[in-house]
Design a protein. Structure first.
Length: 656
C-alpha cells in the first residue's frame, strides 16, 4: 500500500489553502466553545470529514492530500485552547483594558510553532514504539479510509452542524428559551444548588468522552457544589447565608451566594487537584519522556552518518538541523516580547529559560497524554496552571511582591507553554493518522506549521469580538446594575489563571482550599492505581475529577447525560450481539453527529457575537419564555444521537 502511495502528492496548493482556511474557521469555533464551556473538542474528526467533502469538488485528489488538509485544519482548534485559557486572564486581572493584537499573535504564533518543533524528536518513540491508542488519530484514519472506500458520512456532520447552529440561534440569538436551568435554595445557614445547561454541544462532549470520564467530571462538580459549597457557607469567616450578604445594594439570592462561594473559595479545591494531577502525570511519564528524547537523537545521528541505510519515506521527519534553527528563531521574538513586559534583563533571561524548559516538558506530556486519552481529554489547563503558579513564585523571588507587572508576566509564560502543549497533542494525533494511511511525517509536520501560522493571526480579532459577550468573574460580565449579564462567557481557566497569578503576589492564595484539593487528588490517585493493579476497565484519572471540581455544575450535567447515551448504545449493542461492522459504523456515525453538533453551535456562537458587537438586537422578546422548550429540544437531540449511534439496522456493505 505504501508503494502505491509513494508517488501521490501530499502538500499541494489546494491542500495548503483549504487547510489554512479550515484552521481559521475551526479555531474560531473552538475559541467560543472553550470560553463558554471551559474545554475544547478535538477538531481532527470534523476536519477529516469536511476536507474530504471539499476535495470531492476537484477531479484529482487522494487520501494523503486529504490528511494534510486535516492536519493543518485541526491546528486551529488546538491553538485556540492555548490562547483562550490564558490571554483573557490579562483582561480579567485588569492588566489590559482591551485585547492587544500583536502580543497575542506573537504568543500564539511562536508558542504554537514551538509545540510542533518540540514533538519532532519524540515522534518515533511515542508513535512507533510506545503503541499508544491515539483515539482521535485512529478514528480519523478510519474516516479517511472509509471515505475512499465509498463512504458518504459527511451528511451526518452537515445535518448535525445545522441543528446545533439553529439551537444556538434560538437560545442565544432570538432568546426564545433560557440556556441554563438552575436553582438554589437556602437551608438553614447554607445553600443547596443544582443546574443544567441546555446545550447539545455539551451533550455531545459527554458522548465523545464516554461514561467513565463523564461520571468523574460530574462527581467532581457534585462534590464541590453539593458538599464543599454548603460546608463552606457554614464554616467560613463570611458567616452563614444570608446574614449581611448583599450584591449591588440588594440582598443576595441563594443562587448568587452559591456562585460567589464557588468563585472565591471552593474552586481552588480544583486548583489543588489539577496541580497534583499535572505533577503526577509528569512523574508517570518520566521514563517515556527521557527514552523518547534519547531515541530521537540517536535516530537522527544514524541518518546523518555516512553510508547509513536509506530512510523510508514514512520515517522521514523534519530535519533536526532545521528543528534547532526554528526553535531558536521562535524563542527570540518571545523573549523580546517578555522583555517588554518585565523591563528587566535580569528577570527576563532566567524566566525565558523556565519558559523553554517547561514548554518542552509539558509538550512531551501533552503528546503522551494525547496518545493515552485523546486530545479532547488532554489536561492542558492543568499543566498551564502549574506553569503559572511556578512562574509566579519565581517572579516573586526575582521581582518582589510589589511588582506591578509580575502577575501578567507569569500569565505570558503560561500562555506560551499552553499554546505549545495544546499544539503538541494535536501533532501527535495527526502523525498517528499519517502512520496508518502512509503519509510522510515531515510533510505533516509542515502542514501543522501552516495551520498554526494561519490561525495565529486571527486569534486576537476573534477574542476582541467575543469580548462583547463579557466574561464571568470580571466587570465585563456584569450589567449596569452589577448583576451577572445574560450570555457572559464563563472563561473558567482564564479566571482561575488570573486569580492564581494575582494571589501569589498578594499572598492571598486560599491555601486551605488548595490543600483540600491536593488531599482529594491524592485519594483519587490511590484509587486509580488500585484499579490499574486489579485490571479494572473503570479508571479514575485525577485530572477528570479535578476539572469537574473546578467547572460549574451546570456544564457537567449535560456531559453526564451524553456519557449515559454512549453507555446505553454500547450496552444495547452488546445485548443484541450486534455485528462488528454495524457497531463500528454506528460508532463512527455517532462520533460525526456529535462533532457536528459541537461545530455548528460553536460557529454560530461566534457569528452571533457580530450583531452583539454592532449593537443590533436579535431577541424576539425581552425575556425568554422559560427553559422548557430548550429542555424538550435537548431531549429530541439526545434521542437522535442515540438512534444514529446504534448504527444501521442492516449489515454494512463496503465497496472495495
Amino acid at each position: 500500500m505504501d508503494f502505491e502511495k509513494s508517488s501521490l502528492p501530499e502538500i499541494t496548493v489546494k491542500a495548503v489553502i483549504m487547510g489554512a482556511v479550515l484552521s481559521i474557521i475551526l479555531g474560531a469555533a473552538n475559541m467560543y466553545f472553550g470560553l463558554f464551556a471551559g474545554m475544547t473538542i478535538s477538531a481532527t474528526i470534523p476536519a477529516a470529514v469536511i476536507s474530504m467533502g471539499l476535495l470531492r469538488l476537484f477531479k484529482k485528489y487522494n487520501i494523503l492530500e486529504n490528511n494534510v488538509i486535516k492536519t493543518a485544519a485541526s491546528a486551529g482548534e488546538s491553538l485556540a485552547a492555548g490562547v483562550i485559557f490564558t490571554m483573557p486572564a490579562l483582561v480579567i486581572m485588569d492588566f489590559w483594558d482591551k485585547f492587544h493584537y500583536w502580543p497575542i499573535t506573537i504568543i500564539a504564533l511562536f508558542g504554537g510553532l514551538l509545540g510542533v518543533l518540540f514533538t519532532i524528536p519524540l515522534r518515533r518513540s511515542l508513535i512507533v514504539e510506545e503503541k499508544l491508542k491515539f483515539p482521535e488519530g485512529v478514528a480519523a484514519a478510519e474516516v479517511l479510509e472509509s471515505g475512499y472506500r465509498g463512504g458518504s458520512d459527511i451528511r451526518y456532520i452537515v445535518k448535525s452542524a445545522i441543528a446545533g447552529a439553529l439551537f444556538k440561534v434560538g437560545a442565544s440569538g432570538l432568546k426564545i428559551w433560557g440556556e441554563i436551568m438552575e436553582g438554589a435554595k437556602a437551608i438553614g445557614g447554607t445553600v443547596a444548588y443544582f443546574g443544567s445547561n441546555l446545550s447539545p454541544a455539551l451533550l455531545s462532549v459527554g458522548y465523545i468522552v464516554g461514561l467513565n470520564t463523564a461520571i468523574l467530571m460530574f462527581f467532581g462538580g457534585a462534590f464541590n457544589w453539593l458538599v464543599a459549597i454548603p460546608i463552606s457557607s457554614l464554616l467560613t469567616e463570611w458567616g452563614n447565608y444570608p446574614q449581611g450578604h448583599v450584591l449591588a445594594g440588594q440582598a443576595m439570592s441563594a443562587l448568587d451566594w452559591s456562585k460567589k462561594l464557588w468563585a472565591e473559595q471552593t474552586r481552588y479545591i480544583g486548583v489543588g487537584g489539577m496541580l497534583i494531577g499535572g505533577l503526577w502525570t509528569i512523574y508517570k511519564l518520566r521514563k517515556s519522556l527521557f527514552k523518547g528524547i534519547i531515541d530521537g537523537v540517536r535516530a537522527y545521528r544514524k541518518i546523518a552518518t555516512a553510508g547509513a541505510p536509506v530512510v523510508e519515506r514514512t520515517e522521514k521527519d523534519f530535519p533536526m538541523k532545521w528543528v534547532l534553527i526554528c526553535i531558536f528563531a521562535s524563542i527570540v521574538p518571545i523573549f523580546l516580547l517578555y522583555e517588554h513586559f518585565v523591563d528587566k534583563v535580569s528577570v527576563s533571561l532566567p524566566m525565558a529559560v523556565v519558559m523553554v524548559l517547561t514548554g518542552f516538558l509539558f509538550s512531551a506530556v501533552a503528546g503522551y497524554m494525547a496518545g493515552l486519552v485523546g486530545s479532547s481529554n488532554n489536561p492542558i489547563s492543568g499543566v498551564t496552571i502549574a506553569t503559572v503558579l511556578l512562574s509566579a513564585v519565581l517572579l516573586v523571588f526575582l521581582m518582589g511582591r510589589t511588582a506591578a507587572k509580575g502577575p501578567a508576566s507569569a500569565v505570558v509564560i503560561g500562555g506560551v507553554v499552553c499554546c505549545a502543549a495544546a499544539i503538541a497533542g494535536d501533532v501527535m494525533q495527526d502523525l498517528k493518522t499519517g502512520q496508518i494511511v502512509a503519509n510522510t511525517p515531515w510533510k505533516l509536520q509542515v502542514a501543522e506549521m501552516i495551520g498554526t501560522v494561519s490561525a495565529a493571526f486571527v486569534m486576537a480579532p476573534v477574542l476582541m469580538l467575543l469580548y462583547k459577550y463579557g466574561f464571568k468573574g470580571h466587570i465585563s460580565g456584569l450589567d449596569p446594575s452589577g448583576l451577572p449579564k445574560e450570555g457572559a462567557l464563563a472563561a473558567p481557566q482564564a479566571n482561575l489563571i488570573a486569580s492564581v497569578a494575582k494571589q501569589v503576589f498578594s499572598g492571598n492564595v486560599p491555601w486551605t482550599f488548595v490543600l483540600i484539593g491536593v488531599a482529594v487528588a491524592a485519594v483519587v490517585v490511590i484509587i486509580d492505581e488500585t484499579l490499574i493493579r486489579r485490571g479494572s476497565s473503570f479508571r479514575t484519572p485525577v485530572m477528570a475529577v479535578a476539572i469537574g471540581i473546578y467547572l460549574p455544575l451546570e456544564l457537567e450535567t449535560p456531559i453526564l447525560l451524553g456519557g449515559i447515551i454512549s453507555y446505553l448504545v454500547h450496552s444495547y449493542q452488546k445485548r443484541k450481539n450486534t455485528a462488528k461492522e454495524i457497531v463500528q459504523e454506528g460508532d463512527k456515525r455517532g462520533l460525526l453527529l456529535a462533532s457536528g453538533l459541537i461545530t455548528g453551535e460553536a460557529l454560530m456562537g461566534v457569528l452571533i457575537a457580530i450583531p452583539i458587537a454592532l449593537k443590533i438586537p436579535l431577541a424576539l422578546t425581552k425575556e425568554p419564555i422559560g427553559t422548557l422548550p430548550g429542555l424538550i429540544l435537548l431531549m429530541v437531540v439526545a434521542v437522535w444521537l442515540y438512534k444514529v449511534a446504534l448504527g444501521p439496522k442492516k449489515p454494512v456493505v463496503k465497496n472495495n
